[in-house]
Write a protein that binds this ligand. Structure first.
Ligand code: ADP
Ligand code: ZN
Ligand code: ZN
Length: 744
C-alpha cells in the first residue's frame, strides 16, 4: 500500500476553504480522516482537520504539517466521508458540509475541547465577606450559594443560582472566589439524571416478533442490509420494535441513533427510550434545540468519547459523532421536518440511509404513512417492507365521518363554519361521558386574512406578497412569512370603510367557537403562539393526560406522536386550504396528516370516531384516509406522479433566485435557463423560469426553475458551475434545492 504524501485540511475556524499540506516522513501513515492537526499558517500555527488525501497537491509549494492533536480523529472518519457525499449530492462546499457535521461550539473550543471555568469559594475570606459585599445584593446571593453548595462549573452556577457570569466574576475580582480552568467532567448528579425509572419490556405481539425477525435477517447481510421500511398503522407498536432492535444492537456493543421529527413535540417517545435504557444503565444523550452552547459541546464530547451509546434527537442528531454504529432509526420518516431549509439542504432520512450503508449499520424507517418516495423504494425492493397491521391489544381503528360543509347551515354572524352540527354533538356527548377530544385546525391566529367588504382590499404584508393574519389575542396583524406585525386596523386602509371582515379561521377563532358551543368545557389551545413559554407544551400534555382538560385544540402539533387512551373523538376542522396549495405533494401531505390525527382516536378500550369537515368530500386524499387505506392512496398517487414525471419517478431540483430588483432577478434566472438549454440541448427539459407561488418575501422578488431530472449527479455538476459558482449582481441570492420539499 502506498502511504498518502499529501493531505487536504479544513481550518478549524474557517472550514470553507481547503488547503494542501505535505505529510512529513515522521507522520507517514499516522493520519486518519477527521484528525485534528496543527499546521503552519503564515508566521503562526493554526488548527485544522484532515479531510482528504489527494494524490497531487493543487498548488506547487506546499508546507509540511506540524503535528497530530489527540490520539484519534476528532471527527469520526465515517462522518468525513458522509460530508463528502453531502458536498457532491447537495452541491455545497465541503466546508459547509463539515460545518453542519461539526457544530460551532465544538470547533471554537481550545485545546481539544474539554476545558471550562470552575468557580471555587475562598472560604478563608468568609469573615470579611459580609462587609465587602454590603449593598451588592446579587453578589451576596452568589457568595451564599457558593458557601452552601461548594464550587461548581460556572455554566452550572449561572443556571442553578439564576445569576449571570458578571456576578461570579465580580466575586473573583473581590478575592472571595477563585476561577480555575479545569478539564470538564460531568457532574455525577447530571450523569444520574439521564437514568429515569426503568420500564419493563412487554411481551411482543406476533407481528412485532415477525418484524424483528425480518430485521435481524436483513441486517446480517452485507453492509447492514437494506433499510427496513416499518409500515405500521398508528398504535401498532412500532416504537416497541425500535426499542427491542436497540436492545439487540446494544447487546452487541454497538451504538444507535434515533431520529424523531421534532424533539420538543415528542416527549412521550423520549421518555420511553429513557425508561427502557435506564434498566440497562446505558447512557442516552438527548439533543435538542433548547440546549445552550456549553450543553451542546458537552453532549458532543460525551458521544465522541463513547460514554453515550444512544443518541436521540431531531435531524441534526444524524451527525452524532459515534463509532461502531449498529442502528439508525428514523421515526415518522415521512415528516417534512427532516429536510433542512437552508444550505446544505439535506434530507436526514436520505442521509440516514447513506450513513447506514457507509458504516454498515442497519436502518429502520418507521411510519404509518410512509412518504411516496420510501413506499416506492419498498415496492421496488430497494427497501425491505415490514408491516404491522393490527393495533396493540386489538383496539380498532376509528370510524371516520366525512362532513360535507356545503350542506351545513351558515352561521348568522357570517363567519365560517367551525363546528358542524355532527361534530358539535359528538363533542357534547364526549363531555358528558368524561371522554376526551382533539380538534385540528392547521392555522394559527384568528383569521388568515382581513378584507374590506366595501372595496375588496385585503391587508397584505408590506414586504411579502401574502395577506396578514389577524391575531385577536394581541390585537395585531402578523405576517406568517417574515413575522412583521402591525396594529389591527379599525378601518380599511384603502377606502376608509369602518367595517372589516375576517375571512377564514385559525386556532384562536376555533377556540372561541368551542367555548361558545360547549359550556363548562376545559380546553387548551396548542399552537406555536400559545406554547411559547418554556414548559408550556409539557404542561398542556400533562393536563390532558391527567384528565384536567377535555379538549386539546390546535395545529398539527397535536397530531404528532401522542398516545392518550381516553381520546375517543377527533375533529378535523379545516383542511381544504392545504389541499389547494400549488405543490404536487399537497394531496400526500393532507392524507398523511389525516391518517396521523385520526390515529390519535380510540387507542383505549372505547372505539374512536373522527370527523373530517370539508367542502371537497370526494377528494381522494380524504376518501382514502377515511378508509385508512395507505396502499390504495399510494397506488393512485403514484399513477398521478408517473403521468407527470414527478417524484418518486424523477427527482426535483428547485433553482431559486431572489432579489430586491425584480427585473434583475428575472433577467438573472432567465440567463441561467438559457445557459442550461445550450448545455443540455434538449437532453433535459428546462422549463421557463416562473414567479414563485409566494412572489415576494421580505421585500425580495422570487423566481424559480422547477427541474425534474432522472439523475442528480450530472445535473448538479452543471448547476454548481452555472448557478452556484457564478458572480450574480449584488443583492441577488441563489439557491439550488435537491429533492426540494418546500416549493412555495
Ligand atoms: P406506534 O409507535 O406504532 O404508534 P407504540 O409503540 O407507541 O405504537 O404502541 C402503542 C402503545 O402500545 C404504547 O402504549 C405501547 O407501550 C403499547 N405496546 C406496544 N407494544 C406492546 C406489547 N407488545 N404489549 C403491550 N403493550 C404494547
Ligand atoms: Zn375598503
Ligand atoms: Zn411578511
Amino acid at each position: 500500500m502506498i502511504l498518502p504524501r499529501y493531505v487536504k485540511v479544513a481550518p478549524e475556524l474557517g472550514l470553507d476553504r481547503l488547503f494542501d499540506y505535505e505529510i512529513p516522513e515522521s507522520l507517514a501513515g499516522r493520519i486518519e480522516l477527521g484528525q485534528r492537526l496543527r499546521v503552519p499558517w503564515g508566521k503562526r500555527d493554526i488548527m485544522a482537520y484532515a479531510v482528504e488525501f489527494p494524490l497531487q497537491p493543487e498548488v506547487e509549494k506546499v508546507r509540511e504539517i506540524g503535528e497530530i492533536i489527540g490520539e484519534r480523529p476528532l471527527i469520526p472518519p465515517g462522518l468525513c466521508k458522509l460530508a463528502k457525499w453531502m458536498a457532491d449530492y447537495y452541491a455545497c462546499d465541503l466546508g459547509a458540509a463539515l460545518r453542519t457535521i461539526l457544530p460551532g461550539p465544538v470547533r471554537s473550543h481550545e485545546g481539544g475541547g474539554k476545558m471550562a471555568w470552575w468557580i471555587e469559594p475562598v472560604l478563608g475570606r468568609a469573615a470579611i465577606a459580609e462587609e465587602v459585599l454590603q449593598g451588592a445584593k446579587s453578589q451576596k446571593k452568589a457568595w451564599e450559594h457558593l458557601c452552601a453548595h461548594g464550587g461548581n462549573w460556572l455554566s452550572r452556577l449561572v443556571k442553578e443560582a439564576g445569576l449571570g457570569t458578571a456576578v461570579w466574576r465580580a466575586l473573583v475580582d473581590r478575592g472571595l472566589a477563585e476561577r480555575l480552568e479545569k478539564r470538564f467532567v460531568l457532574a455525577e448528579e447530571k450523569a444520574e439524571a439521564g437514568w429515569a425509572d426503568a420500564s419493563r419490556r412487554p411481551t411482543l405481539g406476533e407481528e412485532q416478533v415477525q418484524s424483528l425477525a425480518e430485521w435481524n435477517e436483513e441486517r446480517k447481510k452485507e453492509e447492514g442490509g437494506r433499510p427496513i421500511l416499518l409500515e405500521g398503522i398508528t398504535g401498532s407498536g412500532k416504537t416497541e420494535v425500535y426499542l427491542q432492535a436497540l436492545d439487540a444492537v446494544l447487546e452487541e456493543g454497538r451504538n444507535a441513533i434515533v431520529l424523531v421529527p421534532e424533539i420538543s413535540l415528542t416527549p412521550q417517545t423520549v421518555a420511553r427510550f429513557r425508561g427502557r435504557l435506564a434498566g440497562r444503565r446505558v447512557r442516552l444523550c438527548v439533543l435538542h434545540s433548547g440546549q445552550t452552547v456549553a450543553e451542546r459541546r458537552e453532549s458532543w464530547h460525551e458521544i465522541r468519547e463513547g460514554r453515550a451509546k444512544v443518541v436521540i434527537g431531531a435531524r441534526s442528531a444524524l451527525f452524532a459523532p459515534m463509532d461502531h454504529l449498529g442502528l439508525i432509526v428514523v421515526d415518522e420518516e415521512h415528516d417534512g421536518g427532516y429536510k433542512q431549509g437552508e444550505a446544505p439542504r439535506y434530507h436526514a432520512r436520505d442521509l440516514a440511509v447513506v450513513r447506514g450503508r457507509m458504516e454498515g449499520a442497519s436502518v429502520i424507517l418507521g411510519s404509518a404513512t410512509p412518504s411516496l418516495e420510501s413506499g416506492y423504494n419498498a415496492d421496488r425492493g430497494k427497501y425491505r417492507r415490514v408491516r404491522l397491521t393490527r393495533r396493540v391489544d386489538g383496539a380498532k381503528l376509528p370510524k371516520v365521518h366525512v362532513v360535507d360543509l356545503r350542506k351545513e347551515a351558515k352561521p348568522k354572524s357570517g363567519g365560517p363554519v367551525l363546528l358542524s352540527e355532527s361534530l358539535k354533538e359528538a363533542l357534547q356527548s364526549r363531555l358528558q361521558k368524561g371522554e376526551q377530544s382533539l380538534l385540528l385546525l392547521n392555522r394559527r391566529g384568528y383569521a388568515p386574512s382581513v378584507q374590506c367588504p366595501h372595496c375588496g382590499q385585503v391587508e397584505e404584508c408590506e414586504r411579502c406578497a401574502v395577506p396578514m393574519t389577524y391575531h385577536r389575542g394581541e390585537g395585531k396583524l402578523r405576517c406568517h412569512f417574515c413575522d412583521a406585525e402591525k396594529r389591527a386596523p379599525t378601518q380599511c386602509s384603502g377606502c376608509g370603510s369602518p367595517v372589516l371582515s375576517f375571512t377564514g379561521a385559525g386556532t384562536e377563532r376555533l377556540e372561541e367557537a368551542v367555548v361558545a358551543s360547549l359550556p363548562g368545557v376545559r380546553w387548551t389551545r396548542m399552537d406555536s403562539d400559545s406554547m411559547k413559554a418554556r414548559g408550556a407544551h409539557r404542561k398542556a400534555l400533562e393536563d390532558f393526560r391527567e384528565g384536567r382538560t377535555d379538549i386539546l385544540l390546535g395545529t398539527q402539533m397535536i397530531a404528532k406522536g401522542l398516545h392518550f387512551p381516553r381520546v375517543t373523538c377527533v375533529g378535523v376542522v379545516g383542511i381544504d386550504s392545504a389541499l389547494n396549495l400549488p405543490d404536487f405533494r399537497a394531496s400526500e401531505r393532507v392524507f398523511q396528516l389525516l391518517v396521523q390525527v385520526a390515529g390519535r382516536a380510540g387507542r383505549g378500550e372505547v372505539p374512536g370516531e373522527v370527523f373530517v369537515q370539508t367542502y371537497t368530500p370526494f377528494h381522494p386524499a380524504i376518501q382514502f384516509a377515511r378508509h385508512h387505506d395507505v396502499d390504495g392512496f399510494r397506488e393512485q398517487e403514484l399513477e398521478y406522479r408517473k403521468a407527470h414525471g414527478y417524484p418518486p419517478f424523477r427527482r426535483v431540483i428547485l433553482i431559486s433566485f431572489s432579489g430586491v430588483s425584480e427585473a434583475q432577478t428575472r433577467a438573472s434566472i432567465q440567463h441561467v435557463a438559457g445557459r442550461l438549454r445550450e448545455i443540455w440541448k434538449g437532453e433535459s427539459e428546462v422549463p421557463e423560469p416562473a414567479q414563485a407561488p409566494i412572489a415576494r418575501v421580505e421585500g425580495k422578488f422570487r423566481y424559480q426553475i422547477f427541474l425534474l431530472v432522472e439523475k442528480v449527479a450530472p445535473v448538479m455538476r452543471d448547476l454548481k458551475r452555472e448557478v452556484l459558482a457564478q458572480k450574480w449582481p449584488a443583492g441577488i441570492k441563489v439557491a439550488v434545492d435537491v429533492d426540494a420539499q418546500d416549493l412555495l
